[in-house]
Design a protein around this ligand. Structure first.
Ligand SMILES: *[C@@H]1O[C@H](CO)[C@@H](O)[C@H](O)[C@H]1NC(C)=O
Ligand SMILES: *[C@@H]1O[C@H](CO)[C@@H](O)[C@H](O)[C@H]1NC(C)=O
Length: 197
């Protein structure tokens, strides 16, 4: 902690930017509390992230962390992977006192078909994936393909996912960093329109 503070003071002296401190925690559900940590220099904001995952059943996860402010104005992210699997997530950012009252909500996904289609599959623990073509909804104008390893603490897991996604997840690769993913592939392409048969 002392070292971190010292680093921060040095940065503050050497650079024009200042250091941000954020509460860091992660929990299932709707809130979390944890220790305050000094962020590294490139992470210039505190982020509050709420993720709703539907993998069979619906689960909520809540996270507070140091984030890059480039994540702050992306708007909610909606991803769909076929087989009824989907992930919705939103990030709210704050600095200093504002973090005591900051909240985040994930607006319900727009389920209207938008005429776009993507290859989809979802595989954990393996890089093998049975692909299908799915219809995208609402603001999902892009196809996502991520494969690699996701780390959560000590646990590393092979993943391969493909599906429809909101454009913002494509323009901002920080999202994958934030997921702590060592992604060997993270690709995005505009979703094709449904081909009439
Ligand atoms: C839901 O998505 C459809 C298809 O993209 C769009 O036409 C419609 O305006 C959206 N509805 C809302 C409430 O955003
Ligand atoms: C990411 O994964 C590759 C291949 O498994 C590995 O060589 C590399 O060291 C990993 N990088 C990090 C930062 O974990």
């Amino acid at each position: 902690m002392k070292t971190l503070l010292l680093c921060c003071l040095l940065w503050a002296l050497l650079e024009t930017g200042t250091c941000v401190s954020c509460e860091v925690c992660q929990n299932k559900g709707d809130s979390c509390t944890g220790p305050v940590q000094v962020c590294s220099k490139e992470l210039d904001s505190c982020g509050i992230m709420k993720t709703e995952s539907i993998l069979g059943e619906k689960s909520l996860s809540f996270e507070k962390a140091c984030v890059s402010s480039s994540l702050c104005n992306l708007g909610p992210l909606y991803m769909k992977f076929g087989n009824g699997i989907s992930i919705s997530r939103n990030v709210a950012c704050c600095v200093g006192e504002a973090c005591k009252t900051a909240t985040v909500s994930v607006p319900p996904a727009n389920t209207t078909l938008n005429g776009r289609r993507c290859p989809a599959c979802f595989s954990m623990f393996s890089h093998h994936c049975n692909e299908e073509i799915i219809d995208c909804t609402g603001s999902q104008t892009h196809c996502l393909h991520v494969s690699g390893t996701v780390k959560r603490g000590e646990t590393a897991m092979k993943i391969k996912v493909k599906g429809c996604t909101t454009e913002s997840s494509c323009t901002n690769k920080e999202i994958f960093k934030e997921f702590d993913a060592n992604t060997t592939t993270a690709e995005c392409s505009p979703a094709s329109s449904r081909v009439a048969t």
